[in-house]
Ligand binder design. Structure first.
Ligand code: 2HG
Ligand code: ZN
Length: 430
């Protein structure tokens, strides 16, 4: 994958927040790679988003070279932590393995060490016990594999980068893992921007939207605890003074000079109005990447902080951060950190709570409270990471029964035996 920044990169920052302005990727096509995923956001737009860990580090975290640190406790098997029963699918036989080998010679993996990596999510919160990993290269091979699995009533767990946050990408039991890692084709993307935020952040967003118009492509925020965590766990340096919030503004435009002028005007405006009181400018790619890392590596920093309870919510932006404040009081010292960050343009809050270890008591304090709070604001319990395994039973907080019924009917139509990623996405009883 090659990325190119084609603009000068002003970065500014505020006393109550940091505003940094960087250019967005100029390329319109990327080779899809493990660190990127395609997301659907409001409207029909599609964009690629790089996940919260750096290129190269990703595969180590996720799958291929995953191994538990010596002496670290093994991840609990999913059915031991969650109440889920295996459905009556077949189990993989020697004949099945031989059939797969005919379809994708040399790409049927049964080596326990390699399988261990793909049976566990990268957050190390769920673990399946699949005995086979298939690595097709073409859609025709995928078709043949699925034809066989359908005939044999074998459950299948598709797996891309294994970067999911909700346990959707790893098997719950012994599903066949169908990896798309070798299917790296070119896909295109468009930019998406969205709605405003809260207090000064919100006002800054409005200003940016008004002044940058169509070249504004992302507006990200993170709170001060996030900044502290990337410093503490990843040794990333905060380039500006401490402040309660930090904002990252991404732009994309066809003319570097034009964009640069607009960005300078925005900076002047937000600095003069007092919305932004401190800032920095990035002028080379190395620094741009350094600034991006502060935002993109929060997930990684959190996972080094302890067990992470993750919520990926859509909320009216005016109330977006209230939940974080509310939870800090509610959880008190039971939580190590309660942080909020996300894509303000999409009204997407990543609420993450860290603790020394998983605890049912803390989970009980978080759920269903977080979902009920979200429902009260008419928000969504899953904004960009899907429902996966962990959130399937909370769909009812965002969708009426009739919508869930319809989803179930569509699924049954496309997957009559229910072999495709069972135990995920739809509630146990819709
Ligand atoms: C991000 O925006 C990702 O950094 C990860 O969507 C969110 O870890 C999370 O909760
Ligand atoms: Zn996100």
């Amino acid at each position: 994958m090659s990325l190119k920044f084609n603009l000068p990169t002003p970065l500014s920052r505020a006393g109550a927040m940091v505003l940094h302005l960087v250019p967005r990727w100029s390329a319109r096509l990327f080779w899809a790679s493990s660190g990127w995923r395609r997301i659907y956001t409001q409207g029909s737009s599609v964009r690629l988003k790089r996940l919260g860990y750096p290129r190269g580090v990703y595969s180590r975290l996720a799958c291929r070279a995953y191994s538990a640190a010596p002496g670290s406790p093994e991840v609990m098997l999913t059915p031991e932590r969650y109440p889920v029963q295996r459905l009556p699918f077949s189990t993989v036989s020697e004949e099945d393995l031989a059939a797969f080998e005919c379809i994708i010679p040399g790409r049927v993996i049964t080596d326990p060490e390699q399988l261990q990596a793909c049976n566990v999510d990268w957050l190390k919160t769920v673990r399946g016990c699949s005995k086979v990993l298939l690595r097709p290269q073409t859609s025709e091979e995928v078709s043949q594999i699925l034809r066989h699995c359908y005939k044999r009533n074998l459950a299948v767990n598709p797996q891309g980068g294994n970067t999911g946050m909700v346990g959707g990408s790893v098997p719950v039991f012994d599903e066949v893992i169908l990896s798309t890692a070798l299917m790296n084709q070119v896909i295109s993307f468009h930019d998406v921007s969205g709605c405003p935020g809260f207090t000064e952040v919100l006002q800054t967003f409005r200003t940016c939207k008004g002044m940058l118009g169509e070249i504004l492509s992302a507006f990200e925020f993170m709170d001060t605890e996030c900044m502290q965590l990337v410093g503490q766990h990843l040794q990333l340096t905060n380039p500006v003074r401490e402040s309660p919030f930090y904002v990252l503004v991404e732009t994309s435009g066809s003319s570097a000079g034009h964009d640069s002028e607009k960005l300078t005007n925005v900076l002047e405006q937000v600095l003069n109005s007092g919305l932004v009181t401190d800032g920095t400018m990035a002028t080379d790619q190395r620094k741009v990447q350094m600034l991006w890392a502060l935002r993109e590596r929060i997930t990684e920093a959190l996972s080094r902080d302890g067990y992470v309870f993750k919520y990926d919510l859509s909320l009216p932006v005016e109330r977006l951060y209230d939940l974080v404040i509310d939870l800090r009081t509610r959880l008190g010292p039971r939580a190590k950190h309660v942080v909020g960050y996300g894509h303000l343009g999409d009204g997407n809050l990543h609420l993450n709570v860290t603790a020394e270890a998983f605890s049912q008591e803390l989970l009980g304090a978080l759920e269903p409270y977080v979902y009920a709070w979200t429902a009260e604001q008419r928000g969504s319990v899953s904004a960009e990471h899907g429902l996966g395994f962990k959130k399937k039973n909370v769909l009812g907080y965002s969708k009426p029964p009739v919508a869930m019924k319809l989803m179930q009917q569509l699924k049954a139509m496309l997957d009559p035996k229910g072999i495709l990623n069972p135990y995920k996405t739809l509630p146990d009883q819709a």
